[in-house]
Design a protein around this ligand. Structure first.
Ligand SMILES: NC(=O)C1=CN([C@@H]2O[C@H](COP(=O)(O)OP(=O)(O)OC[C@H]3O[C@@H](n4cnc5c(N)ncnc54)[C@H](OP(=O)(O)O)[C@@H]3O)[C@@H](O)[C@H]2O)C=CC1
Ligand SMILES: CC(C)CCC[C@@H](C)[C@H]1CC[C@H]2C3=C(CC[C@]12C)[C@@]1(C)CCC(=O)C[C@@H]1CC3
Length: 345
């Protein structure tokens, strides 16, 4: 069978393309006529039509061969936030991202789109309709956030119109959707262990949850608008569903959709946060002897008990972004994609 040769600007690579967001992105890029290579440490990307390169993004030689002939790179690889492994985060998100930038420049990649996170400005206190002008968190709550900040700075500072290397960072928040390995599975696991009975705080805190297809849409718009004359070069952009929702209403809707009871009883935020800090400290101290991972980490408790929603006005203005799927549709689609997590299964 003859293979169609695509123009270089339609040849892209997705680093982290086997992951949750990465794989949705790969599928949409293929639909839009891109030829796609995936570079990932995890070998689970079996999407037909994709060239798969297995490797660690800290390995420059492996990257150089995977990025040959590619003009556009999406970097959406990261260790999972729950891993709480400082050296892994530093190695992959900081040193690894440096390596990605060097490799891109060496092989002549012209555009690099980073998946950052809106959490780079989150310090555990309320953020209401936060814009991209908010400063980076001075005291990030965890190593994931700390290294995502450094990663974003590296990518945005590497933007160089003279050298023809353009970069942009997309900051999604609370991504959910089919095949998400985090939000719904952790929620259901917590419910199955009988720990989802409590609302942390008064339950009125508003947050952003963003359906994965909207996040993908934001990435592709950014990539296609990344030209030397564009205002988006070297800048970060929030991508959300633009429908802040009460954290506990969202959790309840997902739980009820899957057949579980919603949480009912209230616990004071400060008490739960203090307990989570204590548990985290215990886990660190006891790590040489026993390994246990608390469900209620300080970061999760902070996310569950504060306002954190962001304005995506800038993405609307500069790249014509508009969410394609509403929160209601996104939740329905997500719930029905997890038949195995339904109560009783
Ligand atoms: N999920 C969310 O709510 C949000 C996510 N983000 C960001 O979006 C991006 C994608 O997240 P998501 O899809 O949820 O995460 P996933 O864990 O599903 O995907 C990340 C992928 O990167 C791979 N990876 C990890 N380390 C390396 C490495 N050293 N070299 C090559 N590949 C590696 C992972 O493999 P393995 O599974 O084997 O580790 C995985 O396949 C991340 O950058 C994350 O920080 C931002 C905001 C919110
Ligand atoms: C146990 C319950 C209190 C909470 C269960 C749900 C949580 C697992 C998720 C709710 C908000 C999510 C979230 C992220 C991970 C999963 C949650 C904590 C991120 C930390 C993922 C990475 C990011 O960049 C930011 C996300 C914010 C929201």
């Amino acid at each position: 069978m003859a293979t169609r040769v695509r123009p270089r600007n339609k040849r892209c690579a997705v680093i982290g393309g086997s992951g949750f967001l990465g794989r949705h992105l790969v599928e949409k890029l293929l639909d839009r006529g891109y030829s796609v290579s995936v570079f990932d440490i995890c070998p689970s990307c079996e999407v037909p039509g994709v060239t798969f390169h297995r490797g660690d993004l800290c390995d420059k030689q492996a990257l150089l061969s995977a990025l040959k002939d590619v003009s556009l790179v999406f970097h959406c690889a990261s260790p999972a936030p729950g891993s709480d492994n400082r050296s892994l985060f530093e190695r992959v998100n900081i040193q690894g991202t440096r390596t990605v930038i060097e490799a891109c420049i060496e092989v002549g990649v012209q555009r690099l789109v980073l998946t950052s996170s809106a959490s780079v400005v989150f310090e555990g206190t309320d953020i209401k309709n936060g814009s991209e002008d908010l400063p980076y968190a001075k005291k990030p709550i965890d190593y994931y956030t700390k290294t995502k900040i450094e990663q974003e700075k590296l990518v945005l500072n590497a933007c160089d119109k003279e050298k023809g290397f353009l970069t942009v960072a997309i900051r999604p928040h609370g991504i959910f959707g089919p095949r998400d390995p985090q939000l719904v599975p952790i929620l259901v696991d917590t419910a199955r262990r009988g720990k989802m009975k409590f609302i942390i705080g008064d339950g009125t805190n508003l947050v952003d949850f963003t359906f994965v297809e909207n996040v993908v849409h934001g990435h592709i718009l950014a990539a296609e608008r990344l030209r030397p004359d564009s205002p988006i070069c070297g800048k970060p952009y929030h991508i959300t569903n633009d429908e802040p929702v009460r954290f506990w209403d969202f959790m309840s809707e997902v739980l009820v959709g899957l057949g579980y009871d919603p949480p009912r009883y209230h616990l004071p935020y400060i008490l739960v946060y203090g307990l989570a800090l204590l548990l985290w400290l215990l886990a660190v101290i006891l790590r040489p002897l026993v390994s246990f991972k608390p469900t209620f980490t300080p970061m999760r408790v902070a996310l569950a008990g504060t306002h954190h929603y962001y304005s995506c006005e800038r993405a609307k203005q500069d790249m014509g972004y508009k969410p394609l799927v509403s929160l209601k549709e996104g939740i329905a689609c997500t719930v029905q994609s997890y038949p195995h997590l339904q109560k009783g299964d």
